[in-house]
Design a protein around this ligand. Structure first.
Ligand code: F0G
Length: 423
């Protein structure tokens, strides 16, 4: 007898239900995205008693992950990332409880690994041999790694010349078939979506609902790391809008299980040149107008037609949150600040959440005692070029004690002068 899974796929708009063993990404009735929903038998507070016995990681929460065979999980040790309290950064803006969830600590350096461990495990369960995605870089790096781990063939489409160097290198070394498309991410996603529905290739972009299930564990971990409390606000950089939707789903599940009694406000941050969702919400409309030629230094979120826009708008609205835009200058300044005040080096897209925090604080939309968690989505080493372009190269001196001493002393004298001038 075939065992019925305690979860199914449900259309976010019309509620049509599909079996989780079907390979389907959009509702056949109305074309909207799908979401994984669990039966009441697993949505009970008792599940959390099992969580306590496991390490902090994506799989700590396996009762709420849509996997049938726990012995076949494809893992590289994802999740369990630090939640850093940031008093030096927060103090600069008069804030007392700022945290950064450092997703750069994941195996391939971004939050995408949380989704891929679930998505690729699902691919194996479904008997898939070949997986694919379009990507601004991190999804391709992550999928390539997990596909290698699972022994699957992997194809990735990336926008030509617009993927940070470190991410490109990752996809190559993990053995993916990397194809550069002369277009942007949105073009690449349309192409791969069509190809996946024509040939038997499994699509692992964020319109795959199983992938987002892994990403919702960011919410579970934050709650765990805060001692089973929920922060007031969560600030998330938004590109294709899957992650903000996933984190919201995580908190809502904790709420419906009865493990929490309040929900956080979800704040989505987009780069000015790629901000269809933020622009719409700021105008007070839910009519999202896609951006044809998105542009930003934060290449990870250089996306004009976010496929998950409906889920994201819902998440922000339902949570009583908001969306904001930040400029490239604000993003780079936030990246530098986070590195130099807290020792956390993130890529530009991740710094968008910090830039958003700063902007909203200056506008009086974040209060001094509020507990705020910024999601730092990816590691700074992925995109070294962006740093090299902003900072002067280190000075070079002769290999002698005198030369180095002279350089240090000159530097110190200069620093002393600045300090004394301020006094
Ligand atoms: N931050 C980073 C570092 C990302 O790589 C992405 C998305 C986001 C934020 C936005 O997340 O799309 O769920 O809203 N990167 C995708 C990729 C698009 O292909 O790597 P989102």
């Amino acid at each position: 007898m075939v065992r019925e899974e305690p979860y199914c796929l449900v259309c976010i708009e019309c509620g049509a239900k599909y079996s989780p063993s079907e390979i389907i990404y959009k509702c056949r009735r109305c074309g909207n995205l799908l979401s994984v929903e669990y039966e009441s038998e697993v949505m009970t507070p008792e599940v959390s008693e099992r969580w306590i016995k496991r390490n902090l990681s994506v799989w700590r929460y396996m009762e709420l992950l849509p996997i049938s065979d726990r012995n076949k999980i494809v893992s590289l040790g994802e999740g369990g990332t630090s939640l850093n309290k940031c008093p030096r950064l927060g103090g600069e803006f008069g804030l007392r409880s700022i945290y950064v969830k450092n997703e750069g600590e994941n195996p391939t350096g971004s939050f995408k690994d949380r989704g891929m461990t679930v998505g690729v495990t699902k691919a194996l369960e479904l008997g898939i041999k070949r997986v694919a995605c379009a990507s601004t870089g991190n999804t391709s790096a992550s999928l390539a790694a997990y596909a290698a781990r699972a022994g699957l063939e992997c194809v990735v489409l990336i926008p030509s010349g617009k993927v940070a160097f470190g991410k490109l290198i990752q996809a190559i070394i993990y053995g993916a078939r990397v194809i550069q498309v002369k277009g942007n991410f949105d073009d690449a996603l349309k192409i791969i979506e069509k190809l996946c529905s024509t040939y038997s290739i499994y699509l692992l972009n964020s319109l795959n609902p199983f992938r987002l299930e892994g990403q919702k564990t960011i919410a579970f971990e934050i709650w765990d790391q805060l001692g089973r409390r929920v922060p007031d606000k969560i600030i998330v950089p938004v590109g294709n809008a899957g992650n903000i939707s996933a984190i919201w789903k995580g908190f809502k599940e904790l709420y419906s299980i009865g493990l929490i009694s309040k929900l956080p406000e979800m704040i989505g941050i987009q780069a000015e040149g790629a901000a269809p969702i933020a622009e719409a919400l700021k105008k007070g409309t839910e009519k999202v107008r896609f951006v044809e030629k998105p542009e930003t230094v934060a290449t990870a979120i250089r996306i004009g037609s976010p496929v998950n826009w409906k889920k994201a708008v819902k998440a922000i609205r339902e949570s009583g949150g908001l969306a904001e835009t930040v400029s490239d200058v604000e993003i780079l300044e936030a990246q530098r600040l986070l590195a130099q005040r807290e020792g956390i080096f993130v890529e530009p897209a991740s710094a968008a959440s910090i830039a958003g925090l700063i902007k909203l604080t200056r506008r009086g939309l974040i209060e001094r005692d509020e507990e705020v968690v910024c999601i730092a989505t990816g590691h700074g080493l992925k995109d070294p070029d962006v740093v090299l372009k902003q900072f002067p190269r280190p000075v070079e001196v002769e290999a002698s004690i005198e030369s180095v001493a002279e350089m240090i002393l000159t530097h110190n004298l200069k620093a002393d002068r600045v300090v004394s001038a301020e006094m």
